[in-house]
Design a binder for this molecule. Structure first.
Ligand code: SF4
Length: 291
């Protein structure tokens, strides 16, 4: 990957970003890749040397890495910090690095530390459940000890003391611990097998010159277009619809209009490192231009 420094960040940041902190060893696939869209994984593997990323976009993930220093320094005797666990599942070597494992007599507590936003904490994501249950699967498979608890330790980078006093449901401190339900072992196992099958297919397609499956709406963080019926001069919509026809049918005879709220693929547009190499996204953009 080509790292750029368009905003003249201090060289120390650049040095840290250029020095990888882990190797995935002998694994075919990391837990992070397994959880990711197979299309993104394949495009990254193919175009890694051509991907450009600016250091300024990586600052928060750098702080996420810096938290590991805190874990190392603050650990107790029964804590294992940043252990990379390797497991063989369906002939795939999977590895996952776990931030913190607390070893107790009645089971292990797994914690994942995230530097994230207040919005993410208030809108808990399925991704967190998938990730931590994948870790629980790997730990139980390899260590043969039960996992009794999963938790996200969220460090909220944009926490506001004012919002904490005035907004309902707003986190009351800049660090919050969020419990994640532990799935039964069978559910974790079938989830992992499902992810492996998806990636197996994508690897096969990529290696044989086939078309790698497209990303789903969920993987693209897609917000579909909407049609809002609004009063002229008003701010809030009277009603919001999936199609223009539905909005037309709901339009009162006088004094209202239809506002078209354009849909978007947020991840493709702003958060996907391979969007310039992705035919799915490029086709979407060209279709949008001609509408
Ligand atoms: S640009 Fe969008 S569709 Fe293409 S790989 Fe990235 S997330 Fe998937």
């Amino acid at each position: 990957m080509k790292l750029t420094n368009n905003h003249n960040l201090p060289q120390t940041f650049i040095n840290v970003l250029e020095r990888p902190t882990y190797s995935k060893g002998k694994s075919n696939i990391t837990a992070t890749e397994l959880l990711n869209s197979p299309r993104i994984v394949q495009l990254k593997r193919k175009h890694w040397d051509d991907i450009e990323q600016d250091a300024s976009e990586m600052v928060w993930s750098l702080f996420g890495t810096a938290v590991h220093g805190v874990l190392e320094h603050g650990k107790d005797e029964n804590h294992i910090v940043e252990e990379r666990i390797h497991a063989k599942v369906n002939n795939w070597n999977i590895s996952g690095a776990i931030d913190l494992q607390e070893i107790n007599e009645d089971g292990i507590i797994i914690s994942d530390y995230k530097v994230t936003s207040d919005w993410a904490v208030m809108n808990e994501k399925d991704d967190w459940h998938n990730q931590l249950n994948l870790y629980a699967y790997l730990v139980e498979l390899v260590k043969k000890q039960p996992v009794k608890k999963l938790q996200i330790v969220a460090i909220i980078r944009n926490w506001s003391s004012r919002d904490a006093k005035t907004r309902d449901g707003y986190p009351q401190a800049p660090i919050v611990v969020i419990d994640i339900p532990v799935w039964p072992f069978e559910k974790r196992e079938s989830y992992v097998h499902e992810r492996i099958a998806l990636h197996e297919e994508a690897f096969f397609d990529a290696e044989t010159g086939g078309a790698v499956k497209e990303c789903t709406a969920e993987e693209m963080w897609e917000k579909p277009e909407k049609f809002a019926v609004k009063k002229e001069g008003g701010v809030r919509a009277k009603s919001v619809h999936d199609t223009r026809d539905e909005a037309v049918a709901a339009l009162p005879p006088k004094g209202y209009f239809i506002e078209h709220r354009v849909g978007e693929r947020t991840r493709c547009a702003s958060f996907c490192q391979v969007n310039q190499f992705c035919s799915q996204y490029q086709t979407y953009l060209s279709t949008k231009e001609t509408v």
